[in-house]
Design a protein around this ligand. Structure first.
Ligand code: PLP
Length: 343
């Protein structure tokens, strides 16, 4: 009986899909028999038009190769914007993922679990920071870094209440949340979404003199300089040689946190673990994401030393609740298969 109902449901959803229709009551899982054209039409009909994808449908992947529903083979040069750097269906990733999924689903931040401490220790020793703070998406990692920098600014730098500033670069891309787009110079990203979050100043990427000028004028209220070591979304823009070193010197001189967004460039994307390693520079905060979840779970993390990270204390934002946390944190990071591949 149940099988008959589910067969009927599948047949109905296939028929609706073929007619390009959505139904709230019918199951809408894409049946493998749907063609690329049908799937694209179904998505156009039923999903928000917030993106403009290339008209090619991923159906199956192995390593760097992809098959579409018609069996055409492609090479995946994009790697989900570096989130699946390890390749599709990597056997070590799958093994780690399945083993963990069969043991425990989610612990929440209300309890400890037997994986998160091990992952935190692994990540902090790998990158040489005292502590890490996990989140889900890259944008949340960036939001977290900004909140942390502001808190540090008020507690350690004595910036007057609610006056902390973050400097970021023209052409930057740090994600899509409201707080993060408030740093964007891209009108398409901000038009119609105002009012934006205040407290941001802009400088041209690579312009060390411009940065020094802003630091001299507003340094007392600036808590952090947030940047991508190579601007990705802006078109893979490299800074001039020596820029990262000069940023480090300027930030140290003005007591401003150097906040390095390595969500796209980190974890060996540029041939070193961090892009900042090319100039032997140690930022005050590093944000990781994308490949940290090995393409299968969204995991981001902020790395910093204790004098920064411990500015945030439990209970400051609700009883026993971490000020910067989320329902899905504290377990998926424990089962990120990233260490499996590294090892
Ligand atoms: C440098 C950088 N920061 C942040 C993000 C946002 O990450 P997510 O899409 O996981 O929110 C991206 C995404 O492309 C990025 O390239």
């Amino acid at each position: 009986m149940a099988a008959a109902i589910s067969r009927r449901g599948a047949a109905l959803s296939l028929a609706l899909a073929r007619r390009g229709m959505c139904s709230a009551s019918a199951p809408r899982a894409a049946a493998p028999a749907l063609s690329s054209e049908e799937l694209i039409r179904m998505e156009q009909d039923c999903s928000a038009h917030n993106y403009h994808p290339i008209p090619m449908v991923f159906s199956k992947g192995e390593g760097s190769h992809i098959l579409d529903p018609e069996g055409n083979k492609y090479i995946d040069f994009l790697s989900a914007y570096s989130a699946v750097n390890q390749g599709h269906c990597h056997p070590k990733v799958l093994r780690a993922l399945i083993e963990q999924a069969e043991r425990l689903t989610l612990s929440s931040r209300a309890f400890y679990n037997d994986k998160f401490p091990v992952f935190a220790e692994y990540l902090t020793s790998m990158f040489g920071y005292d502590m890490m703070l996990p989140m889900n998406t890259g944008a949340e990692g960036v939001e977290t870094a900004i909140k942390l920098a502001r808190k540090w600014g008020y507690e350690k730098k004595n910036i007057p209440k609610n006056e902390a500033l973050i400097v970021s670069c023209c052409g930057c891309f740090h994600g899509r949340t409201l707080g993060v787009i408030s740093m964007s110079c891209d009108n398409d990203a901000t038009r119609g979404f105002g009012p934006l979050v205040p407290g941001h100043l802009k400088v041209d990427f690579g312009d060390i003199n411009g940065l020094e000028k802003i630091f001299k004028e507003h340094g007392d209220r600036i808590c952090g300089f947030l940047f991508e070591p190579i601007q990705g979304e802006a078109g893979v823009v490299l800074p001039p040689d020596g820029y990262l070193k000069s940023v480090r010197d300027l930030c140290s001189r003005h007591n401003i946190l150097m906040i390095d967004d390595e969500i796209q460039t980190g974890i060996a994307r540029t041939g070193k673990m961090l892009a900042c390693d090319w100039e032997d520079v140690r930022p005050d905060m590093v944000i990781l994401g994308k490949a940290l979840g090995a393409g299968v779970v969204p995991v981001s993390a902020v790395l910093a030393d204790k004098d920064i990270m411990l500015c945030i204390k439990p209970g400051e934002h609700g009883r026993n609740v971490h000020i910067l946390s989320s329902s899905f944190r504290h377990h998926t990071e424990g089962c990120t298969p990233f260490p499996a591949v590294r090892n």
